[in-house]
Ligand binder design. Structure first.
Ligand SMILES: [Zn+2]
Length: 59
């Protein structure tokens, strides 16, 4: 069974980039949260965003 990893929109509203405390938005394929200012991608695993700078991927 393949459950979609849809993120709760309320959760998205309260999330901020841990580095700049700025807004993050969901990536198009919903597998990451993106901070445009820092150019970092925070992975979303099983619907849980990993908001850690050390785990983030730069782009
Ligand atoms: Zn940021």
């Amino acid at each position: 069974m393949n459950r979609p990893t849809t993120l709760n929109p309320d959760l998205l509203n309260i999330l901020a980039c841990p580095k700049c405390k700025g807004e993050v938005h969901l990536a198009e394929n919903e597998d990451a949260l993106v901070c445009e200012s820092c150019r970092l991608r925070y992975a979303v695993r099983d619907g849980i965003p990993i908001m850690l700078i050390s785990e983030a991927e730069s782009f």
